[in-house]
Design a protein around this ligand. Structure first.
Ligand code: NAD
Length: 484
């Protein structure tokens, strides 16, 4: 097992106008290893003057970048993708050290980020406008697509690189410059990602990276006249605050917020497939994914069998350091999740749920939480209403399609959803009736860059994949011209 003791302390800087620098006040924030709770480094904290410098750089970067052809922009993104693939191993080690996830998951995340850059580089070649037939002779009506302007992006700690790749890939492909406020808790792997893009040829000012106090940075950047577009991934509560601020300043916004995904298993489903897919989706990244299945709804006939097999599989998962190749579940990324999960489990049990396995912290050092299955969980339990964002599965039974749909749609969340059935009629009904941005039936492939990822209702608006993702960074301009 490779251990990170030989690694140096992390010293993460801001990246503004093409240069790495400390915060103007020289202040830093601690980086903690979630597997050991030890201090493993420092990250620079941006002050207002740094944010002003980033905004000025992004303004200059935008002027330069929008004048660069989509073909040239694509070349730089593709070069960055190739360089990222070459550096998967060292960057994965850094990500595991600061975020906790198994190295094998970190490698996949970085490979997907490279694919994401490639995909956006190609997609921008097809940002076609259109010619609209005119109502008078000698008139030409052109509909043009232009980059919206400098972007402020706020990305969370659960997928430290991929969350940036989606926003930055689409923004840069579209011709926008960007200021990314990446997660302070896992800042070093995002910094390596930005380093790759800079080395691949992104000009100074096009990409700026800041860290600091999230609320201070968003309060400064969202109203800033230089910024034309906001993109946030994180909790619904924070998303609503940022969306309100963006609205007050008439800034376009993409909000990728929380979820509470239903996973509906019908009696006619292939249980082997359902168990394999749901186990992997539930416990990947220790459950810290907005698309993780949370409310398992299993048709009554197969409920006992499904529950027993799911619990056995969850108990067989190996919890440990992300550096151990045998580890399936690493520590949670921060102590807030430990406390939150413990509270949700206690509340559910108090309200009558049956704790079938897990439910507690593992060990006394490191933020490890046992894979947890709660059964017969009443809808009054907080866990049935709040996003657990951790390795907790809530497994309940249902009788009819209508019952399952009613439960799936009960919450204000509407991000991912899963269903397993052999019936095409049932699948069609679910596809139409589930209120969610994503419905995966007998499948779990939700996260490819070519597919739109996003939510409805309180899960936010906008998309982070597919052509819709690029569209979010473009504005439409009409040019109507009479021949002279
Ligand atoms: P949180 O709500 O405090 O923070 C979530 C993210 O938003 C973090 O990255 C944080 O840095 C950022 N943030 C917080 N306040 C901000 C502000 N005022 N301006 C700009 N950014 C701000 O909660 P947390 O403890 O970090 O995470 C817990 C919850 O967040 C989870 O339960 C989950 O619902 C949500 N979350 C969602 C995702 C996702 O992929 N959608 C990722 C991480 C966290």
């Amino acid at each position: 097992m490779r251990m990170p003791q030989d690694l140096q302390d992390l010293d993460v800087l801001l990246f503004i106008d093409g240069a790495w620098r400390r915060g103007a006040g020289g202040r830093t924030l601690d980086i903690i290893d979630p597997a050991t709770e030890e201090l493993i480094g420092k990250v620079a904290r941006a002050e207002t003057t740094d944010l002003e410098a980033a905004a000025a750089a992004a303004t200059r970067g935008f002027a330069l970048w929008r004048a660069t052809s989509a073909f040239e922009r694509g070349k730089i993104l593709r070069r960055a993708a190739a360089m990222l693939r070459e550096r998967i191993e060292p960057i994965a080690q850094i990500m595991t050290r600061e975020q906790g996830k198994p190295v094998k998951e970190a490698r996949v995340e970085i490979a997907v980020a490279a694919d994401t850059l490639d995909w956006f580089a190609e997609e921008m070649r097809r940002a076609y406008g259109r010619v609209v037939p005119a109502r008078a002779p000698n008139i030409t009506n052109l509909v043009l697509k232009e980059p919206v302007g400098p972007v402020a992006a706020f990305t969370p700690w659960n997928f430290p690189i991929n969350q940036i790749a989606r926003k930055l890939g689409a923004a840069l492909a579209a011709g926008c410059s960007i200021i990314v406020k990446a997660p302070e808790e896992a800042p070093a792997s995002p910094a390596e990602f930005v380093r790759v893009l800079a080395e691949a040829g992104a000009p100074p000012g096009v990409i700026n990276l800041v860290f600091g106090v999230p609320a201070e940075i968003s309060a400064h950047l969202i109203p800033h006249p230089a910024i034309r577009k906001i993109s946030f991934t994180g909790s619904t509560a924070v998303g609503k605050q940022l969306a309100a601020l963006a609205g007050a300043h008439m800034k376009r916004a993409t909000m990728e917020l929380g979820g509470h995904a239903p996973a509906i298993v019908f009696a006619d489903a292939d249980l082997d497939v359902a168990l394999r897919v749901l186990l992997a989706r539930k416990f990947r990244n220790a459950g810290q994914a907005c698309t993780a299945p949370t409310r398992f709804l299993v048709q009554r006939d197969v409920y006992p069998q499904f529950l027993a097999r799911f619990v056995a599989a969850a108990e067989a998962l190996r919890i440990g350091s992300g550096f151990d190749p045998a580890t399936d579940i690493g520590p949670l990324a921060n102590p807030r999740r430990l406390t939150a999960l413990q509270t949700l489990v206690e509340d559910a049990v108090e309200k009558g749920a049956k704790l079938v396995t897990g439910g507690t912290r593992r060990g006394s050092k490191g933020y490890y939480f046992a894979p947890t299955v709660l059964a017969h969980v009443p809808t009054s339990a907080r866990a049935m209403n709040e996003e657990p964002f951790g390795p907790i599965a809530l497994v309940n039974s249902f009788d009819t399609l209508d019952d399952a749909v009613a439960e799936a749609n009960r919450l204000a969340y509407g991000l991912a959803s899963y269903a397993f059935t052999a019936s095409t009629a049932t699948a069609d009904a679910l596809a139409q009736r589930i209120e969610a941005g994503m419905v995966a039936i007998n499948d779990s492939h939700l996260s490819s860059p070519e597919l739109p990822i996003g939510g409805v209702k309180d899960s936010g608006y906008g998309s982070e994949g597919g052509p819709e993702a690029v569209e979010a960074y473009l504005v439409t301009k009409l040019v109507t011209q009479a021949a002279g």
